[in-house]
Write a protein that binds this ligand. Structure first.
Ligand code: NAP
Length: 263
């Protein structure tokens, strides 16, 4: 099989690499370019090998997974070294026209996954910028191994997806800090037990959401008239918690748009 090369081997690359390996992709078919010693050590432990642009491997895809500030240089470097590289950029914010203004010899795809790829539970948005249909199909095949894919019809939707889904896991971790604090107390500081309880709660929520009920219907399955849940939800409503939560997401979407204008 041709190689999949992750350019940048940090959080999102590691999550996808672990997910791809557990879905059956062979470790030797995944390579990485990374300068950070800590990340190199983690990648070596996972069992994937380092790639060098000078060695002309047969590469199926370069997956760009560096921070936005490093993305254009990394993209340019690939395009100088390869004739018609297939590049999937997972970088938030940077629009295709920025890449294509630097070099237009690549088959370019943009993708936005999240770290749940590690458990094959990612939601990944993909948009075909300048790749062939056959290459795009292969890209969809790769990312569907680590979760669900959503094919976007407009690049502008990438910013919304980034704010909602790319950043999404962190919002839930943030909200769950309340649970962490309170359950930790009940479990006399036992963090393992606390995480188990939170994990089970979330898995239960996740499985319930597969029942094809909307969120209000799901709330009804828990709440009863004048009960504890109703009291809690009433207080959230009076504090306009949903408004605040949505404002946070809107700020993330705005930031995604800003990043594309800064680079
Ligand atoms: N994390 C997420 O949940 C998530 C979700 C969706 C999309 N993304 C996107 O994915 C990208 C990466 O995010 P991340 O959280 O994985 O970042 P990260 O953990 O910082 O990983 C990026 C890695 O790439 C390395 N790197 C940068 N330029 C390099 C170069 N020229 N040669 C070799 N290595 C290089 C960095 O090294 P240094 O540490 O030395 O800079 C770093 O180790 C971002 O653009 C982000 O928008 C992230």
């Amino acid at each position: 099989m041709k190689k999949i090369v992750f350019y940048g081997g940090g959080n999102i690359a590691q999550a996808n690499i672990k997910g791809l390996i557990s879905s059956g992709i062979k470790k030797q078919d995944i390579l990485y370019i990374e300068r950070n010693i800590k990340n190199k050590e983690i990648l070596n432990k996972i069992g994937v090998k380092e790639f060098s642009l000078e060695k002309k491997f047969d590469v199926e895809f370069f997956i760009l997974a560096v921070k936005p500030k490093d993305a254009l240089n990394a993209y340019a470097e690939i395009c100088i070294n390869y004739n018609k590289p297939k590049i999937i950029s997972l970088v938030a914010g940077i629009k295709s026209k920025k890449y294509l203004s630097i070099a237009n010899n690549a088959e370019l795809i943009r993708g936005m996954p999240n770290t749940a790829a590690e458990f094959n539970k990612a939601n990944t948005a993909l948009i075909n910028i300048s790749s062939s249909n056959a290459s795009f199909k292969k890209a969809k095949n790769i990312f569907s191994k680590v979760g669900i894919i959503l094919e976007l019809d407009k690049e502008s939707k990438m910013d919304d997806f980034t704010g909602l889904i790319g950043s999404g896991p962190a919002y839930f971790f943030y909200l769950l800090k309340v649970y962490e604090k309170r359950i930790l107390k009940m479990c006399d500081g036992d963090i393992k037990k606390t995480n188990e309880i939170i994990g089970n709660l979330l898995e239960g929520v996740s499985l319930s959401s597969r029942n094809n009920l909307n969120m209000d219907e799901l709330i009804e399955t828990v709440a009863s008239k004048k009960g504890t849940t109703e009291a809690g939800i009433k207080e959230f409503k009076s504090l306009k918690v949903l408004n605040s939560f949505e404002k946070g997401i809107i700020a993330a979407i705005k930031r995604s748009k800003e990043i594309s204008n800064e680079s």
